[in-house]
Design a protein around this ligand. Structure first.
Ligand code: NAD
Length: 311
């Protein structure tokens, strides 16, 4: 059985939904867990220490080890508070699950730059700040980071600001995985799908689709996402730089990939038109794990130091 005894793991946004499920399973497998959650509304407004407190109490009552930390990941003080809570709990940090999130639905024509900023403050700057603050401890322990992206990166027109931010989380995580490869920290991405208040909000915005039945809720429970994070946090896992979808009982690896394309030095627009079939062919499929392996696959010169990571 996969166990996490002796590990201290910080989970942001653990007061509700998917983060709560992560925290409960991590604790059930022996980890001491910092329940980071500011208790905000879906748009990031308001503050309450109740959700974090309630989850920490529930885990403790079930025989696990957890402490609440109602920290704001948008603030440097909040990231520092999460670090301190972990050190107070177990004197180390072995894992970080950047899960806290907010959502908005705004049509492209009405989307303001301020809205994008609001999404970036939580998803991007929050994730980067908390990770940077905990990084020295994660390097010390040879730890594991899971960042949370979304299927919105495939193209979600009504939650565009959110999707832009989740795309940035993807790029950040891929870059950090390369840093982690050299420093002994694994960094992976989770793309979850589960019935939470965020899903309920999305349903409402899309025109009030019917409430899911009890059976549908069971099949889309956050508890079906959490096992992936527990695995990614464990010593049994050696994955780095991967993106994994988890939801509704499905677990899938998502990759960036290319085919062979063409290589013609005297390229013209006509040659592109003529060769489009070959350019678009995806067999053989080359999975692009990182920048050095992408450049190596093209035979392109390296312009920055970097080594082809072994995964
Ligand atoms: N539910 C889904 O199907 C789904 C799909 C794709 C991605 N996601 C992502 O999964 C993560 C969890 O989503 P969820 O559905 O459980 O949402 P949720 O709204 O149920 O929970 C999110 C939690 O994050 C906390 N939070 C938000 N801003 C914070 C801040 N500044 N500081 C500290 N805590 C903060 C909230 O208080 C809340 O408890 C999010 O990153 C979300 O974008 C969810």
């Amino acid at each position: 059985m996969i166990r996490l005894d002796g590990k201290v793991i910080v989970v942001t946004g653990a007061g509700r939904g998917i983060g709560r499920a992560h925290a409960e399973l991590l604790a059930a497998r022996g980890a001491a867990v910092v329940i980071g959650d500011l208790g905000v509304d879906i748009d990031g407004s308001g503050v309450s220490s109740d959700p974090a407190q309630e989850v920490a109490e529930a885990i403790t009552a079930a025989g696990g080890c957890a402490v609440a930390c109602a920290a704001d990941i948008r603030e440097a003080d909040g990231a520092q508070a999460l670090l301190q809570a972990a050190l107070d709990l177990g004197g180390r940090v072995d894992g970080l699950v950047n899960n806290a999130g907010i959502l908005s639905h705004v049509a492209f024509a009405e989307m303001s730059l301020a809205e994008i900023q609001r999404q970036f403050d939580v998803h991007v700057f929050g994730t980067v700040r908390v990770t940077q603050t905990l990084w020295p401890e994660l390097v010390r322990s040879g730890g594991s980071v899971v960042n949370t992206t979304s299927s919105g990166i495939f193209g979600a027109p009504v939650s565009m600001a959110y999707s832009i931010a989740k795309g940035a989380v993807f790029a950040f995580s891929r870059a950090l995985a390369t840093v982690g490869d050299a420093e002994g920290v694994r960094v992976n991405l989770l793309m979850p799908g589960a019935e939470t208040r965020m899903q309920a909000f999305a349903r409402e915005q899309f025109g009030g689709a019917a409430e899911p039945s009890e059976e549908a809720r069971r099949r889309s429970s956050p508890a079906l996402v959490a096992p992936v994070v527990t695995y990614l946090m464990s010593d049994e896992c050696s994955l780095n730089g991967e993106m994994i979808y988890a939801g509704h009982g499905h677990v899938r690896r998502f990759v960036l990939a290319s085919g062979d394309g063409i290589h013609i030095e005297d390229l013209t627009p006509e040659l592109i038109a003529e060769n489009w079939e070959q350019i678009s062919r995806l067999e053989p499929l080359h999975i692009v794990n990182d920048l050095p392996s992408f450049r190596a696959s093209l035979g392109a010169p390296m312009t920055e130091s970097g080594r082809v990571a072994t995964r």
